[in-house]
Design a protein around this ligand. Sequence first.
Ligand code: BG6
Ligand code: MG
Length: 227
Amino acid sequence: MKEIKLFIFDLDGVITSTDRQHFLAWSQLVEKLNLAMNEEINQSLKGISRKESFLKILKYNDKENLYSDEKISELIDLKNIYYKKLIESFDKSNVFPGVVELFEKLKDKGIKIAIASASQNAPRLLERMDLMNYIDYVVNPSEVANGKPHPDIFLRAANELNIKPQDCVGLEDAFAGIEAINSAGMISVGIGNESELPEADYIYNSVEEIDLKDLFNKIKSAFPILL
Ligand code: BG6
Ligand code: MG
């Protein structure tokens, strides 16, 4: 029987919004390199690692073989310098409405909380937003072999906390993230709209809209669940 023991949250787009900051940082780099990118490309970078993002930008520019691996590392480090400057001002006010309330309800129920973000800046952002004390485990994305849409990052969170994947709920705003949760054998909750996240088991417009009781009832009618 299923017993929900762990909620695993993506960060960017679920707990806070960093889209604009990533876009601005990439734009700064792209401009410096005389390359092009647009908002549509930026959307396709959701949930994708820094290096993979840059490779996608290069592909969009038909410049896949322009740089050596070493140069790529240097350039993505530079993007991160730009990005870190842009998130310097982050604080509690950047946390999406409803997140702290949901964390508190989960804690009251004895349900653990983990973060599975592709961002290496996740701990920095969580600290700035004063959320670290709610979180049982933050996966370091550089320690998992395959990024989203592979399930590795979600499985790592469950494994570290000794919880079976089927007892986990994963929350994601990106298509690749929902695929990762589904292939980890977890329950997937999409944050966004159904047309963008058609594979999510359940969907809400925002974390604020999640009514835990309603979600658990929905899960209960789909699977035998111990509440
Ligand atoms: C994801 C974002 O959470 O993290 C991506 O959705 C981003 O847009 C990725 O590229 C990596 O982030 P960072 O902070 O390690 O460059
Ligand atoms: Mg995201």
